[in-house]
Each structure stands twice: as C-alpha cells, then as structure tokens.
Design a protein. Structure first.
Length: 54
C-alpha cells in the first residue's frame, strides 16, 4: 500500500520510510530462507558423500 501511494505522489513523508523498512524485513526473511535451504542441501549432500565412502 505504501509503495502504491508513493508512486502516486503522496505528500506523506512517512511512506518512503515505511516502504524501506518493509523491504528490509521482506528481504531479510527471504535471505534467511535461502540460507536455511542451502544449509539443508549441504547437510544432505555431505551425508550422501560420507555414506558412499564407507
């Protein structure tokens, strides 16, 4: 909502700040998810490698 108002030239000064902080939160969640997925893939890959070497 804040980005739509910002794009429509709203005179409210707090909307860019709100949009900025919402983007920070959103991309932090996305980044944490990617780290979690990559960590899981790494663990599964290492388990397969060590299982084959026995």
């Amino acid at each position: 909502m804040a980005l739509i108002q910002l794009l429509l030239n709203s005179s409210r000064k707090w909307l860019p700040c709100l949009a900025h902080w919402c983007a920070i939160v959103k991309f932090s969640i996305v980044g944490a998810g990617l780290i979690f997925i990559l960590g899981g893939v790494l663990v599964i890959g290492l388990k397969k490698i060590f299982k084959r070497s026995r």
